[in-house]
Design a protein around this ligand. Sequence first.
Ligand code: F0G
Length: 457
Amino acid sequence: MPPISTSAPGVRQAAFRFRCISCGDLSDTARQDFRCVQCSDLLEITYPRWKEASPDPVELKSTWRNRRLSHHAIDLSGVWRFRDLLPAIEIDEQAITLREGNTPLYELPQCARITGVPRLFAKHQGLNPTGSFKDAGMTVAATFARLAGFRWVACASTGNTSASMAAYAARGGMRSLVLVPEGKISWSKLSQALDYGAVTCQLRTDFDGCLRLLQEIVLRAPVYQLNSINPFRLEGQKTLALELLEQLDWQPPDHIIVPGGNLGNSSAIGKALLEMRDLSLISHLPKLSLIQAEGANALVRTLREAAGKRLISVQAETRATAIRIGNPASWKKAVHVLEATGGACEQVTEIEIAQAKAEIGAEGIGCEPASAVTLAGLKKLVKQGFVKQEESVVLVLTGSPLKDPDFTMDFHRGDLFKGTADEAASAKLNKLRRPPIILDATLDAVIQTLEQAEKVS
Ligand code: F0G
């Protein structure tokens, strides 16, 4: 089994180290499960050389800007463009890239009116090559998998990680093994993994069961694990925050709001914010807040019932299947970034998620259900006074609306809450529904429909 080492061929030596988030143990190598050899907690990547010679923030910003004019594959990637703050590779062509990142920052005028927050933006990670934020982490982690000599990569997933991993493995000439909970992920995500050639196993368990099994598999078989336990993934996902701040001319927004599932993405964004502050790229920290579905609220409970000191796992259940996770691996990292940035952690109901998703759809951009928790959460945070209406807010939309068309169809047809405890309460969403209308193919029928629609709008 090849070691996962900072001294693998092609990796620039001594440029980074693995550090345990609990005991602080520093190492040049990591076990296949990316856990500390001393205490078994998660690892993160650190850059000791920044202490000796801190990179010049003005120079960094100008380098990143200039790379936008370049046509080199590595500069066209919105992730590797920021490679000065990533684990270094020796040769640019070693990066496995699909031109990920470079995602737009949209204004949300209608949602701004709904929430009463005029300066409201969405960073839309659903516009990545495979339709989710996972690509930003995958380009880095898949690159290091190949540099370490692995032929196989593997992940447990609620769908997006597997789609992304399968794509990057295929681009990098590696095979991929996908473990997903049977019947609990959307067809479009599953179909992506098949399309990109993964060996796809639908296991009779939930996401947490898939991840547990994967942790055992990677210690037995020569496969490289690409879940967000893998710290290279989080380094790539940091670039979301770098790109966002660049889009805002390095003026931090007051709030960034992200969905929380396995809690890798919030940890990555928080790490980036703290590094940016330490490197004087920004003058102060935005508050990073995290929103979970009420039915998958492990972190909310961990903070409320155990003051963030021990994880309270839950049996997860939500139609936002991307975040149907009860035992989030990166919970300690997430607690740390929430505390460090002063952010909040909230939960939202299934009805609130469906409503927010329809409202983001009506902006003409759309997102998948898990991403919509951000808008639903913002409404709560405004009500609580945690977000002031004059403050600026960025919602991180993590996935494309095409990721879960069944949810959208069920919502508009009025089937989403049929037979559930929420059925009666969901009637208030009727005004947002736009069900497809079946008509005879006549001029009159269509004109009549148009006139009726005009009356109700
Ligand atoms: N939004 C979407 C669309 C996701 O797919 C995920 C996670 C999250 C939010 C939560 O991010 O786990 O970093 O807190 N999806 C994983 C997967 C678990 O397997 O695709 P997180």
